[in-house]
Design a protein around this ligand. Structure first.
Ligand code: ATR
Length: 289
């Protein structure tokens, strides 16, 4: 990597940032795509989010990613916000516009792109099941509703959280598409075949044998199971889906494509197949357990 007077900087605003894989994604892309750009982690304390966004603007940063816990906190300091990100209420990408930055949510456009790369077009699905109602599942529920999925069953251990998320998504999208349920009631899902998005933290490394629903009758109905977890590469949820004849996908491509969507916005380009393959290989190596 050659750094000179023309090098542009992108950064990741978050806390902590030490375990991020985003520098691997973006610095590999810059090298292969031939952009004079460098990507660095920028740890920001919770009390300094406004200064960080204004500082990034003052320092002429090309763009930023934003990670936990600042994805909502940055919003008041943006010059503009994309419609999907506004609905979700969370931003993970800042793109330079006149007067500051515009906020996007490429976590969700990245998930959409990851699903499409596996042949899954959510907008064509009649029914989707989401497991979990935390930050990740909430954003997935927004994506499903915004893509026009007819019915999305949102299952959570604590049903009040599922109800709160469903209420929020349904009123923001002016549809009643999200149906909240307790995870214990999974047998009551009134469909026989569905795409299932696993958004709980159950099965995350090192608890690799854990699974949120332990019943083959459930997995027999899962035609495609997408686990948002990418470490381990094959979760117990994915094992169950495959053992019952479904297709299983992990969250690594979602991670990769949220980065690609951000990179393409910053550099006004389209990631080449060669760059994609190189990044994917590096991410697989970086997440091997
Ligand atoms: P994130 O922002 O990554 O989604 P989170 O907000 O902490 O993380 O959410 C974690 C999700 O995993 C929640 O849906 C949580 O269920 P509760 O809301 O009932 O806590 C779910 N989860 C965590 N451990 C679980 C377990 N042992 N069984 C079932 N669900 C679990």
């Amino acid at each position: 990597m050659k750094i000179d007077g023309h090098t542009r900087t992108c950064g990741l605003i978050g806390n902590p940032v030490e375990h991020t894989l985003s520098p691997v994604i973006h610095n590999t892309l810059a090298e292969i795509m031939g952009h004079n750009m460098v990507y660095v982690p920028l740890r920001v304390e919770e009390t300094l989010v406004e200064q960080a966004v204004n500082g990034a603007n003052a320092l002429n940063l090309l763009g930023c990613n934003v990670t936990v816990p600042h994805k909502s906190a940055v919003i008041p300091y943006l010059a503009d916000i994309d419609e999907l990100a506004k609905n979700i209420g969370a931003v993970n990408t800042l793109v330079r516009v006149p007067g500051g930055f515009k906020g996007y949510n490429t976590d969700m456009t990245g998930l959409k792109r990851a699903l499409l790369s596996e042949g899954i077009d959510l907008s064509q699905e009649e029914a989707v099941v989401i497991l979990g109602a935390g930050g990740a599942s909430r954003a997935v529920a927004f994506l499903c509703a915004s893509l026009g999925v007819k019915t999305t069953y949102l299952l959570n251990r604590s049903v009040d959280k599922a109800e709160a998320v469903a209420c929020e998504v349904n009123s923001a999208t002016r549809q009643g598409a999200i149906i909240p349920m307790s995870i214990a009631d999974y047998k009551k899902i009134p469909v026989d075949s569905f795409v299932c998005l696993q958004g709980t933290s159950v099965g995350l490394y090192p608890n690799v044998k854990d699974v949120v629903i332990d019943d083959d009758d459930f997995y027999k109905k899962v035609k495609v199971g997408f686990d948002l977890i990418y470490k381990p590469a094959k979760t117990e949820f994915m094992n169950r889906v495959e053992a019952n004849g479904g297709k299983a996908v992990n969250g690594l491509k979602m991670l990769m494509y949220q980065g690609f969507d951000a990179y393409e916005l910053w550099n006004e380009c389209k990631i080449t197949k060669e760059a994609e393959e190189a990044v994917y290989k590096k991410l697989v190596e970086a997440t091997r357990v």
